[in-house]
Ligand binder design. Structure first.
Ligand SMILES: [Zn+2]
Length: 84
């Protein structure tokens, strides 16, 4: 059971079936960001994991590291996953 206090209407709302309420798609999942680093200028950027790994064909992975490649926004050169 969850109790909400509505400031606007100055009333207390009690919801018994809170667990049954519909949760918007993806609300229970946190976005995962992956650090990418540009091979040319060294700039770094964070890319959502599903963006980084979706829709890639073999040719779009870096041959040395196996990292998916995204484009550097400055020079349109290859950015690969940053290695520590
Ligand atoms: Zn760059």
């Amino acid at each position: 059971m969850v109790i909400f206090m509505s400031m606007e209407y100055k009333e207390i709302v009690i919801i018994d079936n809170y667990d049954d309420l519909e949760i918007p798609f993806g609300a229970d999942k946190e976005d995962v960001l992956i650090d990418f680093k540009c091979k040319k200028c060294g700039c770094e950027d964070k890319v959502l994991d599903f963006v980084a790994f979706e829709c890639y064909i073999e040719e779009e992975f870096d041959k040395e590291t196996g990292s998916p490649i995204v484009l550097c926004p400055k020079y349109e050169s290859d950015m690969i996953i940053k290695r520590d």
